[in-house]
Design a protein around this ligand. Sequence first.
Ligand code: GDP
Ligand code: MG
Length: 634
Amino acid sequence: RARLPSSSTPKRRMRKDVRILLVGEPKVGKTSLIMSLVSEEFPKVVPYRAEEITIPADVTPEKVPTHIVDYSEAEQTDEQLFQEISKANVICIVYSVNNKTSIEKATVRFRCHVLLNKMLCMWFRVPLILVGNKSDLVEHSSMETILPIMNRYSEIETCVECSAKNLKNISELFYYAQKAVLHPTGPLYCPERRDMKSLCVKALTRIFKVSDLDNDGILNDNELNFFQRTCFNTPLESQALEDVKNVVRKNLSDGVCDNGLTLTGFLFLHTLFIQRGRHETTWTVLRRFGYDDDLELNQDYLFPPLKLPPDCTTELNHNAYLFLQSIFDKHDKDRDCALSPEETSDLFDVFPYMPWGPDVNNTVCTNDQGWITYQGYLSQWTLTTYLDVQRCLEYLGYLGYSIIAEQESQASGITVTRDKKIDLQKKQTQRSVFRCNVFGDVGSGKSGFLQAFLGRNHMRQKTIREEHRSYYAISTTYVYGQEKYLLLHEVSPDFDTLSDADLACDIVCLFYDVSNPYSFEYCATVFKQYFMDSKVPCMMIAAKSDLPEIKQMYGCSPLEFCRRHKMPPPQSFTCNTAAAPSRDIYTKLTTMAMYPHVCQADLRSSTFWLRASAGATVCAVLGFAMYRVLLKPR
Ligand code: GDP
Ligand code: MG
């Protein structure tokens, strides 16, 4: 017989304590059972009702403090019974095996209470255990009487025969009760159908996919060993591994494939654990992967605490990027460095919903087919981390980051940058994501500027559907040889809807349309109202520079305005190009965002820009070469 993986103490303790209530007809031996457990001998004389006792955690098999509560019809009212039922985590219905009517009476009577308080019981989902006491008095087991009752009520977790008199199965009884609370079979298994419940199958399927590191649909020995180590803290001996596979082979034709476990085999194995009463093994796996008692992912698992002081931003660290890269590699099956729609939906199969809408394709770089590229994929993760770190933690949780990357929690994949005021003081920054907010009147060319950053010219932009447009664009630029992310955000031209986030950024772009004489006034107004006295550097952009320039209807020319306010001169920009629009402007913006203290004279000097953009070319080439190297060994 195969040795199944052994369960050790679960890593996550689910419950503070366990409350066991004993009910049943008078004289079936409830009080004696409790006294026998405590004193380890059969008490000759017992009171009607035992005092509530508490067993300390360290002497119970599951290491959880356990309260045992007695009931006596003689001493307690129905009202008191009702209260005890609502407090209990598990209820033992005790009957006497030598008295058939006691079982019927006990269950029927108890049923009434359960029905009366159905809502309550469903809410607490109290498991029941049928306890046949006084087994010393009979030769034969009462199991035949019990089985139909067990089948009728799905709340009944298990049944046990015992004797308070010769101490048979006493500690087992309380162990089963404890286990019924800590590792209930109810959510996992349907006894009528003799099969796992759909939520359990769903959870185990996600676990399988997360653990299938190369995404070939099979858990090979390496993956199985990793799985065993993460869930049970012990390696699986190679003989045990073979035994497990043999059990599956014997029972299923498609459970083992290429000497690895298929999803069908994996699910079969868990069904087997549960059927053999080893469901704590399945629970250990489920809890390790973040599931709670309702087989939903735990809030504590999805949202680990992360302190976020003001004026700090959130970025992914190297470790998280490596993990995300491995996730990309595992799903980019055709190795074209882009995610096809099928590959994307496969990647997000471990999510409860599809996190990326069609707007994401217009937020990050895509290939000619409009599929998100490797760069685009990392950019989108960077964006989510920057704008909504909670969401990022949640997503990393679905992908099993903490488990696969062997980290404490998703929070260890996040870098919280230091306060921006310190960056400004020290005149240097360790950030790698910079936010540029783009202001400009309706039709001044903001969206075109965002899309051009993704390498899309005017022609290409016309194919974007209105409902798929995005107000963000993110990609990489190179500044002095360092790869940085620039996040562009198109701010709504309506002043009344401006939020704090619209004003807080590392650099501001002010857009006017050279062919529209009324478009500059907006820039001047925004600048004077919000940015004249702030430390945020501003850049004036003369958009649509392919069109004939018309004099702006404003007190001074844009060039004069910039000079007066110590801004660099307006930068001409057009996305109406044959090839992909020029990226120089984005490098300039990132540089200004990184070095806001650099004086304006420096910014105007051509050598400063030259140095910045020369670095960009070298690194763009290098970056490409490095990516090729990364791809090679696959
Ligand atoms: P309760 O009313 O359900 O609490 O039952 P008690 O614990 O007061 O027990 C009722 C009677 O059954 C007492 O006389 C006990 O000594 C006796 N009794 C309890 N457990 C056993 C048992 O396992 N075997 C035998 N033979 N008698 C038992
Ligand atoms: Mg009693």
